[in-house]
Design a protein around this ligand. Structure first.
Ligand SMILES: [Zn+2]
Length: 114
């Protein structure tokens, strides 16, 4: 009960791996979040028993606060550009497009530019 982990349920290793891959910057707009608020966003949300996959590194992206807000406010556009993944899709096979038009995949090892 005294643990201070946040509600994301991410373990420390996953968090470190995701932050290292992102180079401590938003993966959508590349804004550094070192001294900015940011979040680790689950592309495929937890819930509906989806817990097993939700904490894999390919399902987690680092977003700055404006991008995180954008994703929440524009779910259809976010899904079309890979920032949201439908429950029936595998995050590893869904490409992401950042605001500069670069498309990439996330796998268990890191980032694969397309
Ligand atoms: Zn951003």
């Amino acid at each position: 009960m005294s643990r201070s982990s946040k509600a994301t349920g991410l373990d420390t290793t996953t968090r470190i791996d995701v932050m290292a891959r992102a180079n401590n910057a938003c993966e959508r707009c590349w804004l550094s979040i070192v001294n900015q608020p940011g979040a680790i966003h689950h592309r495929r949300t937890r819930g509906m028993g989806g817990n097993r996959l939700s904490n894999y590194v390919e399902n987690c992206v680092v977003l700055c606060e404006p991008c995180h807000t954008w994703v929440g406010a524009n779910p259809n556009e976010a899904a079309a550009t890979g920032w949201y993944v439908r429950q029936w899709d595998d995050p590893e096979t869904v490409p992401l497009t950042n605001i500069y038009g670069h498309t990439f995949l996330l796998d268990g090892e890191g980032r694969v530019d397309l």
